[in-house]
Design a protein around this ligand. Structure first.
Ligand code: 5RP
Length: 235
């Protein structure tokens, strides 16, 4: 699949989602990843044409910088704990709009922001959609963990039937450190038939901060196709 068609799909989805959903005076959650960059560019373009008085809450260091670099108004959850709209990408989207997120390592803040948003919208390209989670996204479910607990957590994840791999940093020896100072374990569970049951088994393990399973959270997904058209999936 050509990179150019993938980028076309991401851009089309992001721009359509912004055009249809971003309104003046909104408190916005800004997701993370490469697709979100197109959304923020579009928001900034609309905001330059006419000041929309938006307030943006980041979900990572990446989106914090994106907000600032695009001249948008950066605020925090402390100031605005109820968000009107959160726009974010995903690594996989199933038929019920359940998601795997965290490919970019930002799942914890992404889930906090999404869970405090009245509307949570996904933007993605055509490669991300599948019937069941685990079908297309083969890198496993990202799980953020407290560093000193990663070995016992790994053993417990194996007992749950997963194949855990500690995510390593790039251009630095050792594990990747998240924006929250934690590690990420990517766990391949194969095809996940019951994501809710799996999530319920992982979350209580001491030292698990959160999982990249975003269940019953998104209400709409804009999926950009190879030809630049958009398919909208709804709950
Ligand atoms: C980061 C995420 C991203 O939203 C997800 O990885 C999708 O990224 P991209 O838009 O680059 O495909 O969950 O933690």
């Amino acid at each position: 699949m050509s990179e150019k068609l993938i980028e076309l799909g991401k851009k089309a989805a992001a721009e359509k989602a912004v055009e249809e959903n971003v309104k003046p005076n909104m408190i916005l959650g800004i997701g993370s990843g490469s697709t979100v960059v197109y959304a923020v560019n579009k928001i900034a373009e609309m905001n330059k044409e006419k000041d929309l008085n938006l307030k943006c809450i980041p979900t990572s260091y990446q989106s914090y910088k994106l907000i600032i670099e695009n001249g948008l108004n950066l605020v925090s959850l402390d100031q605005f704990p109820v968000i009107d709209l959160d726009i974010d990408g995903a690594d996989e989207i199933d038929k019920n709009l359940n998601l795997i997120k965290g490919g970019g390592g930002c799942l914890v803040q992404e889930k906090i922001v999404a869970s405090n948003s009245k509307k949570f919208i996904i933007i993605a390209d055509f490669r991300k959609v599948s019937k069941n989670l685990g079908e297309n996204w083969k890198k496993g479910v990202p799980i953020e963990v407290i560093p000193m607990a990663h070995v016992p957590i790994t053993r417990k994840l194996q007992k749950l039937g997963g194949k855990p791999v500690l995510r390593m940093a790039q251009s630095k020896s050792g594990p990747l450190i998240t924006d929250n100072g934690n590690f990420i374990i990517d766990v391949d569970f194969g095809i996940i038939n019951n994501p809710s049951e799996l999530n319920d088994k992982i979350l209580p393990i001491p030292g698990v901060v959160d999982t990249g399973l975003f269940l019953n959270m998104a209400f709409k997904a804009y999926i950009g196709q190879e030809d630049g058209k958009i398919v909208i999936l709804k709950k």
